[in-house]
Design a protein around this ligand. Sequence first.
Ligand code: AP5
Length: 216
Amino acid sequence: MPFYIVILGPPGVGKGTQAKILSETNKLAHISSGDLFRENIKNQTDLGMLAKSLMDKGELVPDDVTIAMIKDRISCPDCEAGAILDGFPRTPAQADALEKMLAEFKGQVDKVPYITAVESVLIERISGRWTCRANGHVYHEKFSPPKEAGKCDIDGSEIYQRDDDKIETVTRRIKVYLEQTAPLVDYYRRRGKLVEIDGTQPVEKVTELLLSALKK
Ligand code: AP5
């Protein structure tokens, strides 16, 4: 049976950082809706153009195109054993669509780690984040700086600050999260899938909490 994990939490809480670690330790595919949109933006596809216009304002991309993009990705052979979903679902309609999609693969959402932190922590993390141009490796100028300023340790490419990480956009992203995504906390709690994780701890400690929650 495939195993699917949905990592839930506000912008900047560390979903991508933890999803990457879990994907490597558990040999499961990492599906990040934000990364998929950024790849489409880089390749200047129609979806990328639409996504950019909304992402730059901190708004969500419409459910129908987002669901179709995830359905395509989750059908790839590297997801046969399951996947770690990061940034999807983000609305109750997306969560319902995911349930239907996974049923086609005889699977279901198995666990939903919900990573939490207060807004000041989110803003500090997002405003110090640097992302590598080539492969999306993530750094933080204070908590996990690259060895050489401006360069990715892993592939040597330039590191940059995301357009949607400007403070006014971040404030809007947090508001949109509270209005449209936070209802998923109850959605998954009611289904007995939710495990709450204190995201204010250092990266290694959060990973430890996640791994022990996933074992239960
Ligand atoms: P997306 O890319 O998914 O952004 P997000 O959810 O806002 O999350 P972030 O990527 O900002 O943060 P994160 O939680 O992954 O944190 P990270 O690990 O990088 O989405 C962007 C946009 O795309 C959305 O606004 C929307 O427009 C669109 N979109 C995406 N999915 C969609 C969907 N399903 N439906 C509709 N639209 C969608 O960490 C942040 C920083 O903190 C890093 O620098 C990291 O090094 C550092 N850090 C991480 N953990 C710790 C720690 N424990 N201690 C200290 N520093 C830490």
